[in-house]
Ligand binder design. Structure first.
Ligand code: SF4
Ligand code: SF4
Length: 434
């Protein structure tokens, strides 16, 4: 019997008062339907054409219990067949910037990955690149990864040739403050597999220079803009930015500055601004660890996110669409290797006692309990329409709040307050419902 999927939200349509907007949290698909069509679903009397279309979009299913089981086993299935191995490598905890919100503080310094640790890293990667793997992706982090340029090159040279010998592909990304990303560097790294670079700009020049100066106190904004102008045609450049309650209202001016500098939407692969997250005392996580997978439910944040996202999309820039986000902790082909060879599951937990999952010398140990894998496999979450976009939220956010990850980072209030706006923004600026 046909039924509405339990992972569908029904919103009023802005296009027509006669229709309703369906959004699948499972497939991030959208459909405009009439109240009669919704009624037909309830009565199981849909036309064959509507049934085929709505079922393809994930709006209707034959068996809601079976669908629930499928969503609950999603990670098990993905982990069994994932053709990609993804390793985040924290090359150092050093930096040539002195961002005012950086909590590395006194922990920062000459903490660099050595050649010997890099050798072990290569062996670790080879050991985890099982027969079915087709793609090897390394994300280089810091500190500032470009302070370890020599190591990026030597690791990449070796991994590129290893992947080739296995009939697989190798590529890498950089999360950098952007100050050392000159054209010569970009050209050289591109040859070795660099595809994407993430650079942080904290709003317009005045704000950015206050939040992200060089260690010397010198301003960094103009240098970063120049570097992006020099390199956008070589690799995909994504721009991130960290805002707080005071600064976010000025962030849209950065978008004007980018266009004024000739960095139009065709030259920037995506823009996403995120809140500066308070770090617990003693934290030594890399400052730019956020991979766009965190969120929070504070009311000002919900307003800030909708406002900034609207400004980004209105100007024609790309930003991630509302849809499923998968926590790397549940992905068995994802590891974070710190400069000293200790391995974690998420960059946010670097240096946190109890969240190490092994090291390059001894390998990976069982982390199912320490990272609370599958904690969202409970009756409450299984019945929640947001499950495919949440899976218990972000463990790191829970850690910041509670000092442990015993509770889930429930995003229900956040989704209730913001998802409709985000979906409608996506429709208004480009992704139209069927
Ligand atoms: S715990 Fe949070 S920050 Fe870490 S990988 Fe998961 S969603 Fe991302
Ligand atoms: S944590 Fe909250 S929002 Fe997430 S699936 Fe569970 S009930 Fe839903």
């Amino acid at each position: 019997m046909i039924q509405l999927s339990r992972y569908v939200k029904v919103y009023p349509s802005e296009q027509s008062s006669e229709q309703q907007l369906l959004f699948s949290t499972k497939k991030a698909s959208k459909a405009l339907v009439s109240p009669e069509t919704l009624q037909s679903i309830k009565q199981d009397i849909l036309s064959p054409e509507d049934e085929t279309l709505l079922s393809r979009l994930g709006m209707i299913v034959e068996d809601r219990e079976e669908e629930k089981r499928e969503v609950l086993s999603l990670f098990d299935r993905m982990n069994g067949t994932n053709p990609e191995l993804n390793i985040t490598v924290v090359l150092n905890l050093d930096c040539n910037f002195a961002c005012i919100y950086c909590y590395e503080g006194s922990m920062k310094g000459s903490l660099y990955m050595t050649e010997e640790t890099a050798d072990r890293l290569i062996e670790f990667i080879k050991g985890h690149f099982q027969d079915h793997k087709k793609s090897l992706v390394v994300d280089f982090y810091g500190g500032e990864p470009l302070l370890s340029l020599g190591l990026i090159k030597s690791i990449s040279r070796r991994l590129k040739s290893y992947a080739k010998s296995r009939g697989a592909s190798y590529r890498f990304t950089l999360v950098t403050n952007g100050s050392l990303f000159k054209r010569k560097v970009a050209r050289e790294l591109k040859r070795l597999g660099l595809t994407n670079v993430q650079i942080t700009l904290d709003g317009p020049a005045e704000n950015h220079n206050k939040y992200r100066p060089f260690k010397s106190g010198a301003e960094s904004f103009d240098i970063l803009i120049k570097n992006i102008q020099e390199t956008w045609d070589l690799v995909k450049i994504g721009i991130g930015g960290n805002f707080d309650e005071k600064s976010y209202k000025e962030f849209f001016q950065l978008l004007d500055d980018l266009e004024w500098a000739g960095l139009t939407p065709d030259k920037i692969s995506s823009i996403k601004f995120a809140p500066i997250v308070n770090r617990p005392e003693g934290d030594i996580s890399p400052v730019d660890y956020m991979a766009g997978c965190m969120s929070s439910s504070e009311p000002w944040l919900i307003e800030a996110e909708a406002f900034l996202r609207g400004e980004i999309l209105r100007r024609g820039f790309n930003t991630p669409k509302a849809g499923p986000v998968y926590c790397a902790v549940e992905n068995t082909s994802c590891y974070v290797v710190n400069y000293d060879g200790v391995i974690y599951k998420c960059p946010g937990f670097i240096g946190k006692e109890g969240f190490e999952v092994g090291d390059l010398r001894t390998g990976i140990r069982d982390y199912r309990v320490s990272y609370k894998l599958g904690a969202w496999k409970n009756g409450h979450c299984a019945d929640c329409e947001y499950l495919p976009m949440c899976f218990g939220g972000c463990r790191y956010m829970t850690y910041i709040k509670d000092g442990n990850i015993n509770a889930l980072d429930c995003k229900k209030d956040y989704f209730d307050a913001s998802l409709e706006t985000l979906v409608k923004q996506d429709i208004k600026y480009g992704s139209h419902p069927m």
